[in-house]
Design a protein around this ligand. Structure first.
Ligand code: SF4
Length: 304
């Protein structure tokens, strides 16, 4: 599809947008408004700079994307689940990210095509403890995948839909595009209940439960089904699986949560039709704290 310039960003909602909105309004503004069009060659320098910062990655996120993509290839494309395949591909992605991060000018020219790690951008290097930890994390994830029958079980299922990274599946919620896709949906038999899987390479968090509810809601919206839905968070690094059963009663609960969140976000719009935000000053900064010390926008934020 041909690129179409949009003066203002498209209005949308996602759980990560909601989390960012609650974490820091200024960060939310940078991420969803100020960086918009910052990829265009003739964009104002301020927008370009914000867009570049938006594209900064962490080594953890590179590892996470790599594992997710490989799991998709194993389930969807038949790539064999072997230590060599996993180790070789993940190592390559991590090494490429580190190497690319050393070429700042290439990244500045094209931040979409090149990777820049946040640690290298801000500190000039990756600490040895960080490198050791990522290696340890990688090995733990690989060991877990090879020593459980999770993948085999999924592959022998009746219906499998695996979503690759960068699949921007969405559904409409009263005129708002909602992004909510699980990693995988499968059934053990034609009339068996659906099972939704989300791979996690990080640690367990309380807020994750809302993510599962949203995925279940997504399933109900896209299928003529109102029965129970099983869900699992598979914590690959922590080597555990958390299952939870949901029923159709979550539908109003999820809708109320989306409504509330949308209502709060819209308070920061000057124009709802075109998604024009209020002035930057209205998006207040957090107080200087731990969240700020690893925020990717700290270079432009100029907080006290
Ligand atoms: S540095 Fe702190 S105040 Fe500034 S955008 Fe980031 S989180 Fe918000």
């Amino acid at each position: 599809m041909a690129y179409k310039h949009r003066k203002y960003p498209e209005w949308s909602w996602s759980l990560s947008r909601d989390r960012l909105f609650q974490t820091c309004l200024r960060k939310y503004y940078y991420q969803y408004y100020k960086s918009h069009n910052g990829w265009e060659w003739d964009a104002p320098e301020e927008k370009k700079k914000t867009y570049r910062l938006k594209k900064l990655e962490s080594l953890d996120s590179v590892l996470g994307s790599s594992v997710h993509h490989l799991l998709h290839r194993i389930i969807d494309e038949g790539l064999s689940l072997s230590r060599t395949n996993l180790d070789k591909n993940i190592k390559k992605n991590l090494n490429d990210a580190v190497l690319e991060s050393k070429n700042k000018s290439a990244w500045e020219m094209s931040p979409t095509k090149h990777t820049m790690l946040k640690d290298i951008y801000y500190d000039g290097q990756l600490s040895l403890s960080k490198i050791d930890f990522i290696k340890y994390k990688k090995d733990k994830i690989i060991n877990y995948l090879l020593n459980t029958d999770i993948i085999e079980n999924i592959k022998n299922s009746f219906y499998v839909k695996s979503f690759d990274i960068n699949t921007f599946e969405s559904f409409d919620y009263k005129g708002t595009k909602v992004y909510a896709i699980p990693d995988l949906i499968f059934k053990k038999g034609k009339n068996k209940k659906p099972h939704i899987i989300d791979w996690k390479t990080g640690q367990e968090k309380n807020s994750n439960l809302n993510q599962l509810k949203l995925y279940v809601y997504y399933y109900y919206q896209n299928n003529e089904y109102t029965g129970e839905t099983e869900t699992s968070f598979i914590y690959l690094y922590e080597q555990k699986c958390k299952k939870q059963l949901f029923n159709y009663k979550i539908v109003p609960e999820v809708e109320n949560a989306i409504e509330d969140s949308l209502k709060n976000m819209k308070k920061y719009l000057k124009d709802e039709k075109w998604n024009i935000p209020l002035r930057e000053e209205e998006f207040t900064r957090r107080k200087n704290d731990k969240v700020c010390s690893y925020c990717k926008y700290r270079k432009i934020c100029e907080r006290d």
